[in-house]
Every structure is written in C-alpha cells, then in structure tokens.
Design a protein around this ligand. Structure first.
Ligand SMILES: Nc1ncnc2c1ncn2[C@@H]1O[C@H](COP(=O)(O)OP(=O)(O)OP(=O)(O)O)[C@@H](O)[C@H]1O
Ligand SMILES: [Mg+2]
Length: 382
C-alpha cells in the first residue's frame, strides 16, 4: 500500500498542506517541534482511526480551530485504491454553521466518499506501521502496551478481529457492572449469562488470533533481532494467557467458560472479571531472560524495532501487500551499524516515510529517497 497524496487542514500545527508522495523512501528533515511526528501521526490516523499519542481526538485539531481534517489518497497493488477522509471536531467550539455539514458527532470517517458507521469499515483499508521512539515502551512497559500493539496489528490484518474486540469490551463492561451490582445484592447470577456467553464467544476467537499472530511474529522478530544484533542475541516471544496453548477453537471456548466458572467466587468478591484476554500478555525474552527486567536500553530498543518490523512483515505475508512504513526519528538512538541495518531492512517495503531531526549520516550515506524540509508546519521538497 502507498499513500500518493496527503492533505491536512488544521491538523496539529498544520494549517493547510497538500503533499504528493512518491513510492519508495521519503525523508522529512526538520528541527524539534517542526511537525515531523504530527505528519506521520496523520497517516496513522487514516490507517487506524486513532492517534498513537492521544485518546482525545480533539487534541489533534489546531489549537484555535473548531474542526480539522485529514485526507489521503492511497494506491494499492490490485484494484483497491481507497481515498480516506477524516473530519475531527476541535476543542474550541466555533459557530455550528462553520462546521462541515458531515460532522454531526465528534468524528466523521469517509472511505471512497461513503460515510463509515463503524471504525471496522475503515481499519485495514490502508494499513500502516509506525516506528517511534516511544516503541521502547513495547518492551519496557506493562502488558497493556503489548496488548494494544497486538490489537492495532490484528485489527489492520482482519476486520473480524476488531469487531470481536469491540464486542468483547462491551460484554466485559456489562459483566463487570453486573458483578458490582451482584455484590450489592441488586442483580442475580442469571443476569450474567448472556454477557458470559458473548465474552466466551468473542474472547476465545481473540485468543486464537493472538496465539497465531504471536507465533508468526515470534519467528520473524527472532530472525530480525538476530540480524540487527549481528547474530549476538536471540529474541523469543511467548503468549501468556489462561487460554494459551489450545489450538482447537471449540476447546478454547470450553476452557474459557470453565475458567470463568472456577474464578466466579473471586470475581464476585472483587466485582470484576478476573480472567480472559483482557489479561493476556506477550512475554518478550532476550537469550531466555525477560527483556522487560533484564535487557539493556539498546537491547530493548533493538527488540522493539524487531517487533515492529516483524509486524510489517507478517502483514505483508498475510495480506499479500506491504503496509506503509512510518519511521519517526528512530534511527538517531541506534548505533551506526544497527541504524544502517535498519535502513537496509526497511528498504524491502514499498513506501517508507522517515523523519529525522538532524540529517542523519546513515540516511545521507544511503543516498536514496526524496528529501523534504519541515519548518513550522510547512513542508518543502529539497
Ligand atoms: N493541536 C495542536 N495545535 C497546534 N499545534 C500543536 C497541536 N498539538 C501539538 N502542536 C505543536 O505542534 C508542533 C509540532 O509537534 P511535533 O510533535 O509534530 O514536532 P516534531 O517535529 O516531531 O518534534 P520533535 O523533533 O521534538 O519530535 C509542536 O510545537 C507542538 O507543540
Ligand atoms: Mg517528533
């Protein structure tokens, strides 16, 4: 997948830009606070409907504007060349008549000119993978960050996953609400049954998808990490879950139901659902030791890059088409040898957008790509 044109209106620090993007590598160089991350963020919002930096969409709109928009024209390998437009409400409430008529909620999403009623109609249309300095958290932080990584990747891979995830979350919320009411004697066990069924149905599928994905990811990430570390380290992934290691979908559902029953006393006591995919973990180890606790900063960074590159590779294999690679200033933190390998590995993808605060020597030496200069929300080809 490639993005051939990007237009931003009141998005972050950009008032208005219209940018044609070539296939291959594009390199955006600019000082701190010039708009590099915001540019890549815009492409990721088109791909996933969500910003990697915030859950509050209003923050994406230019400070003093009542609305903003992102539009992208994409080019796929076969006939799919979606155009995507997202209109967002800003934090400033302007005159209602100044707002575009399509914007009756907080966010309007459009694919090929047709309004999407659910994000599931958008996600996966134009897949992208973002590499950012924050990726270190993927290895360093708690399990929730890795679950979010799995969710973003899988949602772009298969629409059904996102559908299951949204239904699972709803069932979980309702179930937890009921458990609290049961604690207070205001609800009965029988009220729980329909939500338990939905939790089991969607949760066991989510678990199956994660299990398969982690197996594929582990293989690729292991190879990539070996390459990036010059054959000195071995990276392994493991799916940690009450539902891990069960291949048969019916058996998974059965085990999930049994485990829920087994933990029922505990959930009544605590007023929440204590087991299930919302507690899943993807354990990352380097040479057999938990990377979160024992790996050095450089090793963690390399592991995070391997995971992201592996995500892109698995996406390419499964969809038969590579995602757009977005590299946000992530070479500066690597030593020259690892950075050069990273550029080489990224070169296999169809389109890569790279940002850099300084003109990195690795990028200069690789001597490829279209160069752009970013200053204060303006972008000029060099
Ligand atoms: N909603 C917004 N409206 C206007 N400007 C914003 C908004 N949100 C962030 N900014 C500003 O946009 C500018 C660019 O931010 P961005 O994160 O894209 O910079 P950057 O080039 O990636 O910088 P760095 O090299 O430090 O990572 C910053 O000055 C930031 O404060
Ligand atoms: Mg930045």
């Amino acid at each position: 997948m490639q993005i051939s044109h990007l237009a931003l209106h009141n998005f972050r620090c950009y008032r208005q830009i219209d940018l044609d993007l070539p296939p291959g590598v594009s390199i955006f160089v600019g000082p701190n606070a010039s708009g590099k991350t915001s540019l890549l963020e815009a492409v990721l919002v088109l791909a996933t409907s969500k910003s990697p930096r915030t859950t509050r969409d209003r923050e994406l709109v230019y400070w003093t504007a009542s609305w903003g928009s992102i539009s992208g024209q994409f080019r796929g390998m076969d006939t799919s060349s979606p155009s995507i437009r997202i209109v967002l409400r800003g934090a400033v409430s302007g005159d209602e008549q100044d707002l575009p008529s399509v914007l009756n909620g907080a966010k309007h999403i459009e694919v090929n000119g047709v309004r999407c009623d659910s994000v599931t109609e958008l996600v996966g249309q134009a897949p992208a993978v973002l590499f950012s300095p924050d990726d270190l958290q993927l290895v360093k932080a708690g399990p929730a960050v890795r679950r979010r990584f799995l969710n973003t990747a899988l949602a772009q891979l298969m629409p059904r996953y996102l559908d299951d995830l949204l239904r699972y979350r709803r069932a979980l919320r309702q179930r937890n609400e009921l458990l609290k009411q049961m604690q207070a004697g205001r609800a009965m066990g029988s009220d729980l049954a329909p939500w338990t069924s939905q939790l089991v149905e969607t949760g066991s599928r989510i678990s199956g998808d994660r299990q398969n994905f982690i197996a594929a990811l582990g293989e690729d990430a292991g190879q990539l990490h070996t390459t990036l570390s010059d054959h000195s380290e071995q990276l392994t992934l493991q799916y940690d879950s009450v539902l891990a290691g069960i291949d048969d979908p019916d058996e998974k559902a059965e085990v999930f139901r049994e485990e829920l029953e087994r933990s029922h006393e505990q959930e009544l006591h605590r007023g929440i659902t204590v087991i299930g995919p919302h507690r899943d973990e993807m354990a990352v180890a380097i040479d057999g030791y938990a990377a979160r606790q024992f790996a050095s900063q450089g090793q963690q960074r390399t592991a995070a890059l391997s995971l992201k590159l592996a995500e892109a590779q698995v996406m390419q294999k499964r969809r038969g088409e590579p995602p757009i690679l977005l590299l946000d200033d992530c070479l500066s933190e690597l030593d020259a040898a690892r950075a050069a390998k990273m550029v080489e590995l990224a070169g296999q993808f169809e389109q890569i957008l790279i940002t850099s605060a300084g003109s990195s020597s690795v990028l200069r030496e690789s001597n490829y790509g279209a160069w752009y200069e970013i200053t204060d929300g303006r972008i000029r080809p060099q």
